[in-house]
Ligand binder design. Structure first.
Ligand SMILES: [Zn+2]
Ligand SMILES: [Zn+2]
Length: 260
């Protein structure tokens, strides 16, 4: 797997992703500077950097694939010159994880913060599927279920007066549900008596489609309960066939067995 392919896979799988090339400054200053794109990952979980220069607050980040846990500080550092916003930095166990010419990717599944230094990819010695499987195993599947709000607080700010705004994010088009449903179905059509097994795509994935039992437009949700993996032919039948109601009942009847 190339670095570009891994980035694409991570972007397909996680809700919010940000990358940055590791700079000499990051390594020399012993402080990793978080860029704007990466800050969105933290903002998504409403994790606030601690106030100016205070690196006491520690957050946990999980390394993709190895699932090693890194304890990191996350803080704003005031810059010289008036009116400039503080620089957001990370320290502690993030520092030994940095490498010259590496690239850091941060991602969240809506629950945890994940990190990966792309220069470590070659050293993994794992085939592509093993890498993908390891990442899937790290994702908090329970969190994908409809109705669980993304309000988990991983760290607290050290300013007790500071208000943390909470906006509940619901799962609209959740690509992770798609990925999870396909994977749980073994990339096979879940319609009873259909023996389609999917074909290979350049990404290494099998082609299969996801159908919503209750359409999104009619209030259906991107949840495990409302989705099935089906082949292109069965999918068209579920939408257009004269016996589509019968087919819908057939696939609904397999119920929980779809996943276990
Ligand atoms: Zn459909
Ligand atoms: Zn089928």
């Amino acid at each position: 797997m190339t670095e570009a392919e891994l980035i694409e896979f991570i972007e397909d799988t996680f809700k919010v992703v940000g990358t940055k090339d590791i700079s000499c400054t990051d390594i020399n200053k012993q402080a990793y500077i978080v860029n704007k794109e990466q800050l969105k990952v933290f903002e998504h979980l409403r994790i606030q950097p601690s106030a100016n220069g205070n690196a006491k607050e520690i957050i946990s980040v999980r390394v993709l694939v190895s699932d090693q846990e890194l304890k990191a500080s996350f803080y704003g550092s005031q810059r010289t010159g008036s009116g400039r916003p503080p620089e957001i930095r990370m320290g502690r166990e993030i520092i030994p994880y940095l490498t010259q010419n590496g690239k850091i990717i941060f991602a969240t599944d809506g629950y945890d913060i994940f990190i990966f230094n792309l220069s470590k990819l070659a050293g993994l010695n794992m085939d592509d599927n093993a890498i993908r499987e390891a990442i899937y195993e790290q994702i908090n599947i329970g969190f994908l279920e409809e109705g669980i709000p993304t309000t988990r607080q991983i760290t607290t700010t050290d300013e007790p007066t500071q208000q943390i705004t909470t906006t509940i994010t619901t799962f609209r088009r959740n690509n992770k549900i798609n990925v999870y449903v396909k994977r749980k179905a073994g990339y096979k059509c879940q319609m009873p008596n259909c023996d389609y097994e999917g074909f290979d795509m350049p990404s290494g994935k099998k082609y299969i489609e996801v159908h919503h039992l209750v359409p999104l437009a009619e209030g259906g949700t991107d949840s495990l309960e409302n989705t099935v993996a089906v082949c292109p032919t069965c999918h068209r039948k579920l939408h257009y066939a004269t016996d589509k109601e019968t087919l819908k009942q057939m696939i609904e009847a397999i119920g929980e067995k779809r996943f276990y």
